[in-house]
Design a protein around this ligand. Structure first.
Ligand SMILES: Nc1ncnc2c1ncn2[C@@H]1O[C@H](COP(=O)(O)OP(=O)(O)OP(=O)(O)O)[C@@H](O)[C@H]1O
Ligand SMILES: [Mg+2]
Length: 431
C-alpha cells in the first residue's frame, strides 16, 4: 500500500513512463505488514519485441529507508547551518552599521595646520596597502586616524579590528592575535579564530604595539614579512590578507635601545609614520573642538547651549591639556551636565581640579611616601595656590593612606585646615 501523500506523484510518473516507454524511477513510501511505512525506490524497465513494442515491464522495489533518514538528518543540519549563516550575516551587517555610525559620529575636528598635515598624510597612504605607524601622546586621536585610513582604503567595506596590546595579558596575546587550535593549552576546549583571521580582507589596528612580548614580536614580524602565521598549537600556515596599522605612545627608539622592542619589527612597522601632535601644539583646534563637543553632549543631555563664555574659551585655550582631546572632552561633558543655563562656562577651579585626580587607569596610591609621589599625577603650576595647597594637604594626609576622594567634594575657597577635615571625613565615609 502506497502512502496517501505519495500516490498522486507515483501515478503521474508511471503514466508518463507508460506513454514514453522510458524507465520508471520513483521514491515512495510503502506500508509493511506491521503497518509501518518505509521509503522504497521503485524501478521499472520495459521489455520490447523486435518491432520495438513494449511487451512487459520488469519491476523492482528496494528499501531505502536508512538512506532517506540519513538524507533527512543531513538536510536538517544544512537548514540549521543556513539559518545560523543568515543570522551571522545579519549580525555582521548590524555590527558594521553600528561601528560605522559610531565612527561617523566621531568626526575628526580641527583646523590647525598640524592636523591638516596629518590628514594630508592619511589621504596619501590610505589607498595603498602600506603599513602605517601612528605615534603620539595618549588620547591624541590615534584610533580616529587609524579608522580614517581604513575608511579611505579599498578595504573600507571589510572589517576594522582593533586590538589593544597593552590590555591583554602577555600569555594570552598570541592566541588573541593568531587564534588557537583545540587542546593547544589547558582550557583551549575548541579551535578559536584570532583577530588576524577576523580581520581577513580588512585592517587590523594594533594599539600600544610597543607592549608586545618578545615572542609575539617575532610572530608579528613573520606576518609582515611572509604574510602568514600559525594558530597557537597549529602547524598549518594561514595566509593573512590584512593591512596593518600600529600605534604607540611609547618611545620605540628607546625601547629598541633597551632591548624591549625588536629593531627589525620597528622598520617593518615604520613604513609610513604619522605623528599626531598633542593638543597643546595645535591650540587653534580648541575652539572648534569645544563647539563640537558642546553640541554633541548638549544634544545628548537634551540641553540648549547657545553661547560660550569668552573667559572660558580663553581659559581652555591656555590650559596645557596633558590628557589631550579626551581630557577636553571629559571637561566639556561634565560642564554640560552640571550647567543649566544657555551660557557655557568652565570655572578655573574645574580645570585646576583636573590635576588632582591620578590619570585614569593608574594604580591607586597604596601608601603616600610623600608629596612628591602624589604630585607625579598632578602637574599644577609650581607657584599656583592649588600646588601649594596640595603639597600642604598631601603632607598632612600621609598617615591616612590612599587619597581616593572626588575632587568635586572640595571647595577651593575652603581653608587648608577645612579641606583636610573634608578629606578625612570623605575617607572615613569610604569615598
Ligand atoms: N580631531 C578630533 N576630533 C574629534 N574628536 C577627537 C579628535 N581626536 C580625538 N578625538 C576623540 O578623543 C578621544 C580619544 O581619541 P583616540 O581614542 O583616537 O586617541 P588615542 O590616541 O587612540 O588614545 P590612546 O592613546 O588612549 O589609545 C576619542 O573619543 C576621539 O573620538
Ligand atoms: Mg587608542
Amino acid at each position: 500500500m502506497i502512502h496517501p501523500e505519495d500516490v498522486e506523484g507515483i501515478v503521474d510518473e508511471w503514466r508518463a513512463s507508460l506513454a514514453s516507454g522510458e524507465p520508471f524511477l520513483y521514491e515512495a513510501r510503502m506500508r509493511r505488514a506491521d503497518g509501518k511505512y518505509r521509503w522504497m525506490l521503485h524501478h521499472k524497465i520495459a521489455l520490447r519485441d523486435e518491432s520495438g513494442e513494449i511487451i512487459k515491464w520488469y519491476a523492482s522495489s528496494i528499501d531505502i529507508e536508512d538512506r532517506r533518514q540519513a538524507e533527512d538528518s543531513l538536510q536538517k543540519s544544512l537548514d540549521e547551518i543556513k539559518k545560523l549563516r543568515d543570522q551571522l550575516f545579519k549580525e555582521n551587517i548590524a555590527l558594521r552599521e553600528e561601528i560605522d555610525s559610531a565612527s561617523m559620529f566621531e568626526e575628526i575636528v580641527g583646523v590647525s595646520p598640524a592636523l591638516q598635515s596629518v590628514l594630508a598624510r592619511v589621504a596619501k597612504v590610505a589607498p595603498t596597502d602600506s603599513t602605517v605607524l601612528l605615534t603620539g601622546e595618549t588620547d591624541t586621536g590615534k584610533e580616529l586616524i587609524a579608522r580614517a585610513v581604513h575608511k579611505r582604503s579599498r578595504r573600507s567595506s571589510r572589517t576594522f579590528v582593533s586590538v589593544n596590546c597593552a590590555a591583554i595579558p602577555a600569555p594570552l596575546i598570541a592566541s588573541e592575535l593568531f587564534g588557537h587550535e583545540k587542546g593547544a593549552f589547558t582550557g583551549a576546549l575548541q579551535r578559536r579564530l584570532g583577530r588576524f583571521e577576523l580581520a581577513e580582507g580588512g585592517t587590523i589596528f594594533l594599539e600600544e604595539v610597543g607592549e608586545l612580548p618578545p615572542e609575539t614580536q617575532i610572530a608579528l614580524l613573520r606576518v609582515l614579512q611572509e604574510r602568514e602565521f600559525e594558530r597557537v598549537g597549529g602547524n598549518q600556515p594561514i595566509h593573512a590578507d590584512v593591512r596593518m596599522i600600529a600605534a604607540t605612545n611609547r618611545d620605540l627608539c628607546s625601547a629598541i635601545a633597551s632591548g624591549a622592542f625588536r629593531r627589525d619589527l620597528f622598520y617593518r612597522l615604520n613604513v609610513f609614520p604619522i605623528e599626531i601632535p598633542p593638543l597643546r601644539e595645535r591650540k587653534v583646534d580648541i575652539p572648534v573642538l569645544v563647539e563640537y563637543f558642546i553640541d554633541r553632549f548638549a544634544s545628548k543631555a537634551g540641553k540648549a547651549i547657545r553661547r560660550i563664555n569668552k573667559e572660558t574659551l580663553e581659559l581652555l585655550e591656555s590650559y596645557a591639556w596633558s590628557g589631550n582631546i579626551r581630557e577636553l572632552q571629559n571637561v566639556i561633558e561634565r560642564s554640560v551636565i552640571a550647567r543649566d543655563t544657555e551660557n557655557f562656562f568652565v570655572g578655573k577651579n574645574w580645570l585646576a581640579l583636573e590635576f588632582t585626580q591620578p590619570p585614569f587607569g593608574s594604580q591607586p596610591v597604596a601608601k603616600l611616601p610623600g608629596a612628591r609621589l602624589q604630585m607625579k599625577h598632578c602637574r599644577p603650576r609650581r607657584n599656583s595656590l592649588l600646588f601649594l595647597t596640595k603639597v600642604h594637604l598631601v603632607g598632612k594626609l600621609l598617615p591616612f593612606g590612599p587619597w581616593q576622594t572626588s575632587p568635586f567634594d572640595l571647595d577651593i575657597s575652603q581653608s587648608i585646615e577645612n579641606k583636610r577635615d573634608t578629606l578625612i571625613s570623605l575617607r572615613v565615609r569610604g569615598r
